[in-house]
Design a protein around this ligand. Structure first.
Ligand SMILES: [Fe+2]
Length: 234
């Protein structure tokens, strides 16, 4: 963990609020009160693999409710942290994914279930070290010009783009406490010179509105649908 965390520290000096590294150990740095974002680069190696790229996202969950004009929830799930590694959990998630319309894909769906459980485990190790529960939601996003810079409700949020042409962007120049209201009125633009990019497969652990260090973030307007998993502790 030494090298990635050193890398993260040098990055923090540049941008003042983020730690980024190639090792899951970087996630624990979110506890540093000077930071409002920790990113484990490449956490989900399965992101944009052939199974996910072949997926027709429009066919998932025929009974889903659209929560906005460009976002719909595919699958909500609650995880008791202490039972994460039970084989029955893996099988239950695989079944839930099947029910949501994910094809078996020669084992691709089971690989995706393993990826999800692995990500939840790393998230829980930082956010729920003494047990409890983690909520997750898989969401599909349509390309939209109406995606604004924003903060999210709650305390901490985990976020990973599993499929998409781009990951989540963030703004190193501001927090909600400082000048967030102005920024939140601004749509995300592909040519934003202040935006810092994360990639599909990166796990972002970010502070939200229940802290006074909420991270302002958004998604660039790229063609093609995105599949994103969010996680929250409760
Ligand atoms: Fe968000």
């Amino acid at each position: 963990m030494d090298v990635p965390v050193n890398t993260a520290r040098s990055y923090r000096e540049d941008f003042g609020q983020a730690a980024l590294g190639d090792d899951p150990g970087v996630l624990a740095m979110i506890r540093d009160p000077r930071l409002n974002l920790a990113v484990w680069r490449g956490a989900a190696a399965a992101a944009n693999n052939s199974y996910l790229m072949d997926l027709d996202i429009s066919k998932l969950s025929p009974d889903v409710r659209w929560t906005s004009d460009y976002r719909r929830e595919i699958l909500n799930y609650t995880w008791p942290v202490h039972q994460l590694r039970d084989e029955s959990r893996l099988l239950a998630l695989d079944y839930a994914l099947e029910d949501a319309g994910f094809p078996e894909g020669s084992g691709g769906r089971m690989d995706m279930a393993r990826t999800i459980i692995d990500l939840v485990g790393h998230f829980a190790a930082v956010c729920k070290p003494n047990g409890g529960s983690v909520g997750t939601s898989l969401m599909a996003f349509q390309p939209s010009e109406n995606n604004f810079w924003h903060t999210d409700k709650g305390d901490l949020l985990g976020l990973v783009t599993l499929r998409g042409a781009a990951g989540t962007w963030w703004r190193p120049d501001c927090t909600m406490r400082e000048n967030g209201r102005d920024i939140e009125a601004t749509p995300v633009r592909a040519n934003d010179p202040l935006a810092q990019a994360t990639a599909p497969g990166d796990l972002l652990l970010l502070k939200c509105r229940d802290t006074d260090q909420a991270l302002i973030h958004g998604s660039p307007p790229v063609p093609g649908q995105r599949l994103v998993m969010v996680m929250w502790p409760f």
